[in-house]
Design a protein around this ligand. Structure first.
Ligand SMILES: Nc1ncnc2c1ncn2[C@@H]1O[C@H](COP(=O)(O)OP(=O)(O)OP(=O)(O)O)[C@@H](O)[C@H]1O
Ligand SMILES: [Mg+2]
Length: 261
């Protein structure tokens, strides 16, 4: 198992007022999985991503990632985990503007202490993998949005992480570039990469192997449309029951009248 969250709560403190954001979230992700999490604005998606990405800590609950217990880890070890086990892809790419695609992709390797020559070799291979072998020396301003996101994906996978974590990876892209990013995720997942992606877009979520939903800080297997359908069904059952209840006395009276004849 790559990821195991058990009974996670996150409560922010707004002055003296506690703001509960995540409520009893449990989630497991196996190696090779591709999971999308959908939820409305303010439901706690980024909060959950920050905890999974070891950028923030849960208030309570337990979390293990690739067999490591994250819950009690020191800040130093957490940054090791971030560097070695997780690849991040953000909506806004987060590339360094003055560095070339190659330098951007090589950055995590620099932090990991990989030698310059090996860094260049691995970064070039990652850029080739995302279809940008001919753009290695281009800076972000010389690349399209879709290409920037592919550089960011190359950076995320360059040190072969256990988990690729993406927060609205197509949010800033036109539909064609978004499609290319989804195709790339599919290829990476087919090759064994475990992916967890957050999105607002049902069409994007449909690319994943499974989808979970978050509402008001609680995870659910039931989505927006199903919820609306269930609510509509419950309402119609309720109104049918109410109509039956209103009819019942009349029928009793009718039966009584029939009996007297
Ligand atoms: N540092 C903080 N202090 C207090 N409350 C916070 C803090 N960060 C987030 N929240 C609250 O937690 C809730 C969830 O925020 P979060 O950013 O996780 O939502 P989200 O699902 O990512 O929304 P969006 O789709 O708009 O990005 C919000 O109500 C927000 O006000
Ligand atoms: Mg968010």
């Amino acid at each position: 198992m790559i990821l195991d969250l058990k009974n996670i709560y996150k409560t922010y403190q707004q002055g003296r007022i506690p703001v509960p954001v995540l409520k009893d979230v449990s989630l497991t992700v196996e190696k090779g999985d591709y999971l999308a999490i959908m939820g409305p604005s303010g439901s706690g998606k980024t909060t959950l991503m920050n905890i999974i990405g070891c950028l923030d800590k849960a208030t309570s609950g337990s979390y293990s990632l690739a067999g490591n217990d994250i819950t009690g880890m020191s800040e130093n070890r957490l940054s090791d985990v971030r560097l070695n086990s997780i690849g991040f892809v953000f909506q806004s790419f987060n590339l360094l503007a003055k560095q070339s695609a190659l330098e951007n992709v090589a950055l995590p390797l620099l932090y990991a202490g990989v030698k310059p020559r090996k860094r260049r070799e691995l970064a070039r291979a990652a850029l080739e993998k995302v279809g940008l072998g001919d753009r290695v020396s281009f800076k972000p301003t010389q690349l399209s949005g879709g290409q920037c996101q592919r550089v960011a994906i190359a950076r995320a996978i360059v040190n072969n992480p256990d988990l690729l974590l993406a927060d609205e990876p197509t949010g800033a892209l036109d539909s064609e570039s978004g499609k290319a990013v989804m195709e790339l995720f599919k290829t990476l997942n087919d090759e064994g990469m475990t992916i967890l992606m957050i999105t607002h877009d049902q069409k994007v979520a449909n690319h994943a192997k499974r989808v979970k939903y978050i509402f008001d800080g609680m995870l659910s297997d039931v989505g927006f449309e199903e919820r609306a359908e269930m609510a509509a069904q419950a309402a119609s059952e309720w109104s049918r029951d109410a109509a039956d209840a209103a009819d019942a006395p009349k029928e009793e009276k009718k039966e009584a009248a029939d009996g007297q004849q």
